[in-house]
Write a protein that binds this ligand. Structure first.
Ligand code: XMP
Length: 520
């Protein structure tokens, strides 16, 4: 039996990491330079587990993080990532106060609860409401009615939002407050979805439940259809990533901020991170292009001393010495990647950076010794790259893959009938002018003379994060099935590598056919 599972004939060709990378130590390898060998498997892709622990108290249900970039992660993206079991890192290219609100939005987001429902006022005409529905393309017609202080006055049911009543006032058509079903915010408990589900079970024919505070201000809205969808999702394999209080988890990036004298502004960093912690942030990422540097190390040290239990991500590095340094300063997870990003020009501009698989190998061995984890940051364009990265890293960080999603900041742009969203490097001139210059060690108000290390670009609009993640997760599970890996530690343990020739790379993609686009 055992003979069918392994053959020593394979060994010189398909090598484990500790043999393969040292043997290839004279050349920097990236995702497309290598491929993984299949192994005997008893594992079906759909049964593989993707949970990963990045630090004490920081566990994800899928090993995917959205990048702290101003065209990728604000609250909407972070909510979508956490709802799917991953993590979003809110970028810092915004005023500190705004970053705090973005984190609060994620932490207060209750899956299934519409926190800021569209409301109407009692003195509006039904005709005005019809106009709003038309203009904003709402697919619903029932609205809570609130007064100018946000207090609940009633519910305008879709049955009366009809052209024949256009000249009637909302006040004449609404279901009065006393007859509207509500629940107090504080009664929602730890599991608001279960509470709303129970309510709909007990109240036959009621499809909306409004949430109010003690003063009867409207605080949210549950609809039965959302609750039913979520009940379905609950039997799904990958649960949302939540904290101990059942809130979605959220990360925030911070920089090694300097004062007017060029010294590390410890007080400001501590103030801001203290405020982030108060808002419930689950992890901070000290995020710069050169993590193996005094400023980043000192920032991590300051934070570790002040917040002994706070998970800290720091980076970016590509060397064992860099990992060791940041681990010694107190970081729990280290971002690995210099120049692999789809919008990066660091390697062209500075001549610096390491192809990603070699960098990950070098960093992973030291990380294991120092008991920290590593995050593969940048250069990921397909799910196969994620599988390769996860043979060495505990999670991946993606920018470009999510930048075209509905949940990414920014508007959709139409060019020649195609839809795009803006995607720019945090080291591009535009992003540095908006605040990210410190990340690249540049002055706060960079001029054209400053060497940008990133470009401004467009990504084709690609729909919801849910859809993109479903594809990525399917690919990761498929890769794990081929390697007979039931979980991520097994994937790291079992991976066998071989280099790919240019002809092999051509062979790996569809070739010699005319591809049909079916729209799937
Ligand atoms: P992807 O390939 O996912 O890469 O689009 C995202 C990662 O790229 C890094 N990043 C930059 N690197 N110049 C760089 O050299 C830049 O302007 C830049 N902006 C972002 C970052 O690590 C991100 O997660």
């Amino acid at each position: 039996m055992a003979a069918t599972r392994q053959s020593s004939f394979d060994d010189p060709f398909y090598q484990p990491a500790d043999q393969f990378f040292p043997e290839n130590h004279k050349i920097g390898l990236t995702f497309d330079d290598i491929t993984l060998a299949t192994l005997y498997s008893e594992i079906l892709p759909r049964n593989t587990q993707l949970d990963t622990t990045l630090a004490d108290g920081l566990q994800l249900n899928i090993p995917i993080i959205s990048s702290d970039m101003d065209t990728v992660t604000e609250s909407r993206m972070a909510i979508a990532l956490a709802a799917n079991g991953g993590l979003g890192l809110i970028h810092y290219n915004m005023p500190e106060r705004q970053q705090l609100s973005e984190v609060s939005r994620v932490k207060h987001h209750v899956h299934g609860l519409i926190q800021e429902p569209v409301t109407v006022a009692p003195d509006q005409l039904i005709g005005d409401v019809l106009k709003i529905i038309e203009e904003r393309k709402f697919a619903f017609g029932t609205f809570p009615v609130v007064d100018q202080h946000g207090k609940l006055v009633g519910l305008l049911s879709g049955h009366v939002v009809k052209p024949r009543y256009a000249r009637r006032k909302v006040a004449d058509a609404l279901t009065p407050r006393a007859q509207v079903q509500t629940i107090k915010q504080k009664e929602l408990g730890k599991d608001p979805i279960a509470r709303a589900d129970k309510f709909f079970n007990e109240h036959l024919g009621i499809h909306k439940l409004l949430v109010v505070d003690d003063q009867d201000h409207l605080r949210g809205l549950f609809t039965m259809s959302d609750i039913e969808r979520i009940a379905q999702e609950r039997i799904a394999q990958f649960k949302p990533a939540r904290d101990a209080r059942f809130h979605l988890i959220c990360g925030a990036a911070v920089s090694a901020t300097r004062n007017a004298f060029g010294e590390l502004d410890r007080a400001r960093i501590l103030d801001h991170v203290g405020a982030l912690v108060e808002r419930g942030v689950d992890v901070v990422a000290v995020s710069t292009a050169h993590g193996h540097s005094q400023g980043v190390g000192d920032t991590v040290r300051v934070l570790r001393d002040a917040f002994p239990k706070l998970p800290i991500i720091a980076g970016n590095v590509t060397s064992a010495a860099g990992v060791e340094y940041l681990a010694d300063c107190g970081a729990n997870a280290i971002k690995v990647g210099q120049g692999p990003g789809s919008i990066c020009t660091t390697r062209l501009v500075a001549g610096v950076g390491i192809p990603q698989m070699t960098a990950l190998y070098v960093c992973s061995r030291t990380a294991a010794k120092k008991k920290v984890t590593i995050l593969a940051d940048g250069g990921i364009t397909k799910s196969g790259d994620i599988v390769k990265a996860l043979t060495l890293a505990q999670a991946v960080i993606c920018g470009g893959i999510f930048a075209g999603c509905t949940e990414a900041p920014g508007e959709v742009i139409e060019i020649s009938g195609k839809l795009y969203k803006q995607y720019r490097g945090m080291g591009s001139l535009a992003a540095m002018r908006a605040g990210s210059a410190a990340r690249y060690g540049q002055p706060a108000n960079p001029t054209q003379k400053v060497a940008a290390e990133g470009i401004e670009a467009l990504k084709e609009a690609c729909g919801s994060v849910d859809r993109v993640l479903a594809q990525l997760i399917g690919g990761i599970q498929s890769g794990m099935g081929y390697l007979g890996a039931a979980n991520l530690p097994q994937l790291r343990d079992k991976a066998r590598y071989i280099r790919v020739s240019p002809a092999g790379l051509r062979e790996a993609a569809p070739h010699d056919v005319v591809e049909l686009k079916t729209g799937n």
